[in-house]
Design a binder for this molecule. Structure first.
Ligand code: NAD
Ligand code: DAU
Length: 333
């Protein structure tokens, strides 16, 4: 298998490459990544160094970059995205460009070359749930709340329209919140680990009772592999681990794992904040025989340990731009 993975210098993609090198070592892998603030070539080491992975630094919204990247591959896993809800609230133009235009460029290239393409989407396209609502199935209406989730929903709609119009092999996965190594420290878990270790307050948006469904990144990536190897063209697969926790519970459990006191500071809520996500993964469990294997307690403990052991990784990505993002997002709260 010759695989193109977009966005693999980021969190989920880099974990996917490490998994593939371990479990599908005979595959040849090409990465297309523009190395935004969230993408780091170092996340792909040692595989770039040993030349088992080829990195093309390029933009998914650029036709020439995309055409070069699809040349000679058998399938595309499309992860590249602007992925942070808070940044999409501060400004959404980059989300339209990468998530909508970029996905469209890749769909066109996949169509011309007759390649299967898997779009790595998100449970956020479904909007949010009330406390007693059943978890999202693949039939749930698409009702995005944030500019980020609207851009992901638009990409999904383009993908499914290409299935219907051109009979193209496009598959879509919609996963819940991931945690694990190498997550950029603007997302809840790595950000709060940093705050707790510095003895700084943990800013909880609103009342902290929002619920997220958490999955270890390796379980998500194994589900994506199952969709690549056993999934059907035109199908949507929800991915989740049935691990619902409030944000306050997550942060309290981080304090316990780090053996540090946690100081919670309730701050102004995220505009349009989704209250609860919960994913029903029955379809992928039944049809593709995938199941999550990492329980929350074990996964959280190994994740916390990774951040403790890799403080130099965290320091290396805290650029001036990171500090100005923190000011824009938290300064006024
Ligand atoms: P991330 O922000 O950590 O990484 C995104 C990667 O995409 C980075 O390497 C970045 O450089 C690259 N990229 C951004 N714009 C690009 C462009 N125009 N051209 C080429 N590369 C570009 O994101 P992540 O958390 O690893 O998420 C990966 C995918 O999974 C995204 O599509 C996201 O929507 C989806 N997803 C994420 C989660 C989660 O909990 N993190 C859950 C469900 C789905
Ligand atoms: O559900 C899947 C989605 O999960 C992915 O599609 C997104 O790419 C990914 O970023 C994630 O989105 P969330 O908005 O759920 O993740 P985030 O880590 O930004 O926030 C998780 C929750 O924690 C959310 O309810 C907001 C809250 N939060 C977050 C931060 C950074 C706070 O209360 N304070 C904070 O400082």
């Amino acid at each position: 298998m010759r695989l193109l993975v977009t966005g693999a210098a980021g969190f989920i993609g880099s974990n996917l490459i490490h998994l593939l090198r371990h479990e599908r070592s005979e595959w040849s892998i090409r990465v297309l990544d523009s190395l935004t603030y969230a993408g780091h070539a170092g996340n792909l080491e040692p595989h770039l160094g040993d030349q088992s992975v080829e990195l093309i630094v390029g933009d998914v919204a650029n036709t020439a970059d995309v055409n070069r990247a699809v040349e000679g591959v058998d399938a595309i896993l499309h992860l590249a995205a602007e992925s942070h809800v808070d940044r999409s609230i501060l400004g959404s133009a980059a989300f339209v460009q990468t998530n909508v235009v970029g996905t469209h460029r890749l769909l066109e290239a996949a169509r011309k070359s007759g390649l299967p393409m898997i779009i790595i989407s998100t449970d956020e396209v479904y909007g949010d749930l009330g406390p007693k609502d059943p978890a999202f199935t693949e039939q749930h209406p698409i009702k995005p709340s944030s500019p980020y989730s609207a851009s992901k929903a638009a990409a999904d709609h383009f993908g499914l329209s290409f299935v219907r119009t051109y009979d193209q092999d496009v598959r879509i996965t919609r996963c819940c919140n991931n945690y694990g190594p190498r997550q950029f420290p603007e997302k809840l878990i790595p950000f709060m680990i940093g705050q707790i270790l510095q003895g700084a307050p943990c800013p909880m948006y609103g009342d902290g009772q929002q619920v997220r469904d958490w999955i270890h990144v390796d379980d998500h990536n194994r589900a994506v592999l199952a969709v690549l190897e056993k999934g059907e063209a035109g199908e949507v697969y929800n991915i989740g681990a049935r691990e619902e926790l409030t944000n306050l519970q997550v942060v309290e459990q981080l304090g316990l794992a780090l053996e540090r006191t946690v100081e919670i500071e309730f701050v102004a809520d995220r505009p349009g904040h989704d209250r609860r996500y919960a994913v029903n993964p029955a379809k992928i469990e039944r049809d593709l025989h995938w199941q999550p294997t990492v329980d929350w307690k074990t996964g959280l403990s190994s994740t916390v340990q990774w951040y403790l052991d890799n403080s130099e990784w965290i320091e290396s990505i805290k650029s001036g731009a990171y500090k100005s993002y923190l000011k824009s997002n938290y300064g006024h709260r």
